[in-house]
Design a protein around this ligand. Structure first.
Ligand code: UDP
Ligand code: MG
Length: 342
């Protein structure tokens, strides 16, 4: 862990804390979320804003948020034009923050907001990044825990950017860490890796991850496997090397085995039963080849997506209660136009 270099401008009384919350079909969660989070924010000795990013919800969540905004001027809604996925939603949220410190938080209260004061405290003591590390994974199946464990180990063995074990998107970042992160413009956004790439003075706080309070997880196993592949191939090219190595080993074994059969036939006059060994070798080599092509394809696909240079997400509207904000301030959001006032 790094030592803090300098205390940020955290001592400033008017410091602003931004919460970034990706929201996708969380209508049942939202009232509970606000009930929990708003009192905690009110208890802080700094100003705060909540940026809710509606990631194409189809359950009327955005409409509900708009009604809350009428009463709660500290909330802003960034509505994306469709579902772009959590990573894009978090990026959209970060781009809309103005805080001196930013916390990324899930809407389902699995990232307990009770830790916010502690995180802010760590930031005030000079850390740029406050990582929240899961101590337990209550309510998750054994298989999910095992696969998560194996995945982190594998990821860190293959990549030069060390990605801390059992941390998610739940974390606090200083303004300069957020700005650094937003300079990474890649399309394949494996957020944990991007966060880790930024580095900066970091501290870790352990917490117990609670089960979801309402609604359903948006991740299924195919989705998680996809995310794992994304993580591996975004942050390391060593799978390409494994493919080469596996190919090399398979080819050498096959070659030696072939030579052995030939020698046996010439020297010992031993006629070999060709069919079974042939099938074995062909299927083995076929497998290695398919695997290698698949791995190469993963990277080629990534390059393809990057070259298209599409925006990461499209904003349909940004809604906030402008009564309390002055117009100029609103217009300085990075890259966001058409802020709609209600
Ligand atoms: N989420 C999102 N877009 C998506 C999927 C999820 O913005 O396409 C949000 C979701 O609303 C929640 C957070 O990301 O606030 C975490 O999602 P979820 O609880 O489903 O993931 P898990 O906690 O199971 O990893
Ligand atoms: Mg969750």
């Amino acid at each position: 862990m790094n030592k803090p270099l300098s205390a940020s401008n955290a001592s400033n009384e008017l410091a602003l804390l931004s919460l970034v919350v990706p929201v996708f079909n969380e209508r049942s969660m939202l009232p509970i979320f606000f009930d929990h989070v708003l009192p905690i924010l009110a208890s802080l000795d700094m100003r705060s804003e909540i940026i809710l990013v509606d990631d194409g919800s189809e359950d009327g969540g955005a409409e509900f948020i708009k009604t809350v905004i009428k009463k709660e001027p500290s909330i802003r809604l960034v509505k994306l034009s469709r579902n772009f996925g959590k990573e894009a939603a978090v990026t959209a949220g970060l781009e809309n923050t103005r805080g001196n410190a930013v916390i990324v938080l899930d809407a389902d209260l699995q990232d307990p907001p009770e830790h916010i004061p502690e995180m802010v405290g760590a930031w005030k003591s000079g850390f740029d990044v406050v990582l929240m590390q899961r101590r337990s994974r209550v309510g998750e199946s054994f298989f999910k825990r095992l696969s998560a464990h194996l995945f982190y180990r594998l990821l860190n063995r293959t990549s030069r950017t060390e990605i801390p074990v059992d941390t998610g998107d739940f974390r606090l970042m200083s303004r300069r860490a957020v700005d650094a992160l937003l300079r990474l413009k890649e399309r394949n956004r494996y957020m944990k890796g991007l966060f880790a790439w930024v580095g900066m003075p970091t501290t870790i706080i352990k917490y117990d991850r609670a089960p979801r309070a309402a609604g359903q997880s948006k991740w299924d196993y195919p989705g998680l496997v996809g995310l794992a592949l994304e993580g591996l191939t975004s942050f390391s090219v060593s799978p390409l090397r494994w493919a080469t190595l596996a190919g090399l080993i398979a080819a050498s074994v096959g070659g030696l085995f072939g030579a052995w059969i030939v020698l046996k036939a010439i020297l010992l006059g031993d006629p070999t039963d060709g069919y079974p060994s042939l099938i074995a070798i062909v299927s083995f080599l076929g497998g290695v080849q398919l695997l290698s092509v698949g791995i190469v394809g993963e990277y080629v696909g990534k390059t393809y997506i990057e070259t298209k240079q599409r925006p990461l997400y499209l904003t349909e509207e940004v809604v906030e209660n402008r009564e309390v904000r002055n117009r100029d301030e609103v217009n300085t959001f990075r890259g966001v136009k058409n802020v709609k006032a209600i």
